[in-house]
Write a protein that binds this ligand. Structure first.
Ligand code: PLP
Length: 387
C-alpha cells in the first residue's frame, strides 16, 4: 500500500487531507515526496511560528531533550517556570497553567472562570457566554463553547452551561448575561475558523467594560491569534483591553504541542492542589521551544508582521477575482469569486499551500516569512483568484 492507502486504512477518517505527502522543509518552503517545493502559507494552521526546522528553535529543543525530556509535574523543572515568568512579564497576567493544546487551554480557562464564580457568587453562577460563529475546540466542553451548531449535532449531550450571542450586539450580550447569571464571557478577537473576521474595536471594549462592571470573567481565546500572529504579542493588545484569562497554544512552541492558560489578578489563586492537572503539561522540551519563540517575538519582528500584513491586504484588496479581504496581522481571509477550495487547489498545483476558513482562502504564514518568498506566493495566489 502507498501512504495514501495506508492512511485511509489505519487512520481514523476525521481529516480530509490534501493529496500531498510532505517530507521535509526549511523556513517557509516545504517539499513533498517527489521533491516538489511549495511555499507554506498555512504554517501548520498557525503553528510553525518561525517556519519549518528553524535553526534556533531546533537548538533550543535539542539542548533540552539531551538533558531531560520529561519529569511529570511532581518535580520542579526550569523551562516551564522561565516560560511562565516571561508570559506574565509580557502580558501583566499573574500565573500560568500549562497543557498541550488549544482545547485544553480553553478547558482550563472555563474551569478557572467557573470556580471563581462559584466561590464568589454561588454554585448557580456558571454560564459561559460565547459568540455565534466562534471556534474553541473539539473536546465536549469546548465544542459546547463553540457557537456553531453543526459542530454540536453528532455529539449531544454536550457540557451544559453555555449561551451564545451575536458578535457585535452588546445589548443581546447584556440581556443574556442577566438572564443566565453569567460567570464568564469567552471570545476570539479575530474569529479564525469562523472566516478570519476581526471583531469591532468598540464592541470588544464595551464587552470588556461590561464584564468588569459586573465581575464577569473575560476570557480571550488566543489559540490562533496569539504569539505575534495579530501584529501584537496577543490580539487583545490591539483592542486596549485587559482580559481576566487568556488561553493560547498553536504558535506558542513553534511546532511542539503546548497550551497555556494565563490567569489574571482575579483568578490568580483560583486553583488549589489537585484542582487541575496534565501529565504532559509544561513539558520541558515544549517549554524550552516556547521560550526560544517568545524571545524572538520582539517589537521589530511585530513591526515586520504588521508590514507584511499591509502588503497582503494592499495586494489583494482590489485584485481581480477578489471580493474582500479580512483579518488582522498575518491572519488573512480572502473572499474570492471562485470557490475558495478551487483557488487553494490551483495554488497547490502551482507550488503554494494555502488554507480555507469557511468560504474564504486563509493565509497564515510563518511570522518570519521572507518578503521575496511572500511576494512570490502572493503573485501565484492572485493568479489563482482570477476568474
Ligand atoms: N481555539 C481557537 C480559536 C482555535 O482556532 C482552535 C483550533 O483551531 C482551538 C481553540 C483548538 O485548538 P486545538 O486544536 O489545539 O485543540
Amino acid at each position: 500500500m502507498n501512504i495514501f492507502e495506508s492512511d485511509k486504512t489505519y487512520i481514523a477518517s476525521t481529516y480530509k487531507r490534501f493529496p500531498v505527502h510532505l517530507v521535509s522543509g526549511k523556513g517557509s518552503l516545504v517539499c513533498d515526496e517527489n521533491g516538489k517545493e511549495y511555499i507554506d502559507m498555512g504554517s501548520g494552521i498557525g503553528v510553525t511560528s518561525f517556519g519549518i526546522a528553524d535553526d534556533e528553535w531546533q537548538k533550543a529543543i535539542t539542548a533540552q531533550i539531551a538533558k531531560l525530556q520529561h519529569t511529570s509535574n511532581l518535580y520542579y523543572t526550569s523551562p516551564c517556570v522561565k516560560l511562565a515568568e516571561m508570559l506574565c512579564e509580557k502580558t501583566g497576567m499573574k500565573k500560568v497553567f500549562f497543557s498541550n493544546s488549544g482545547a485544553e487551554a480553553n478547558e482550563c480557562a472555563i474551569k478557572a472562570a467557573r470556580k471563581y464564580a462559584a466561590d464568589k457568587k454561588g454554585k448557580d453562577c456558571f454560564t459561559v457566554i460565547t459568540l455565534k460563529n466562534s471556534f474553541h475546540g473539539r473536546t465536549l466542553t469546548t465544542l459546547a463553547a463553540t457557537g456553531q451548531e453543526h459542530y454540536h449535532e453528532l455529539f449531544t449531550p454536550l457540557t451544559p452551561g453555555f449561551a451564545y450571542v451575536e458578535a457585535g450586539d452588546i445589548a443581546q450580550l447584556k440581556k443574556t448575561a442577566a438572564e443566565t447569571n453569567a460567570a464568564a464571557i469567552m471570545l476570539e478577537c479575530v474569529q479564525g475558523e469562523g472566516g478570519v473576521i476581526a471583531l469591532d474595536k468598540e464592541y470588544i471594549r464595551a464587552v470588556s467594560e461590561f464584564a468588569k462592571e459586573n465581575d464577569i470573567i473575560l476570557i480571550i481565546d488566543e489559540v490562533q491569534t496569539g504569539n505575534g500572529r495579530s501584529g501584537k504579542l496577543y490580539s487583545y493588545m490591539n483592542y486596549g483591553i485587559e482580559p481576566d484569562i487568556v488561553s493560547t497554544a498553536k504558535g506558542l512552541a513553534g511546532g511542539l504541542p503546548l497550551g497555556a492558560t494565563l490567569l489574571g489578578e482575579k483568578v490568580r489563586d483560583v486553583f488549589g492542589f489537585g484542582d487541575h492537572g496534565s501529565t504532559f503539561g509544561g513539558n520541558p522540551v515544549c517549554c524550552a521551544a516556547a521560550v526560544s519563540i517568545l524571545e524572538r517575538i520582539t517589537d521589530e519582528l511585530l513591526e515586520e508582521v504588521r508590514a507584511k500584513s499591509s502588503l497582503i491586504f494592499d495586494e489583494f484588496k482590489n485584485a481581480p477575482g477578489v471580493e474582500s479581504v479580512s483579518g488582522l496581522g498575518l491572519m488573512v481571509g480572502i473572499k474570492t469569486v471562485k470557490p475558495a477550495a478551487d483557488v487553494v487547489k490551483e495554488c497547490m498545483e502551482n507550488g503554494v499551500l494555502c488554507l480555507t476558513a469557511k468560504d474564504k482562502v486563509r493565509l497564515i504564514p510563518a511570522l518570519n516569512i521572507p518578503e521575496d518568498v511572500l511576494k512570490k506566493a502572493i503573485n501565484i495566489i492572485k493568479a489563482s483568484c482570477r476568474v
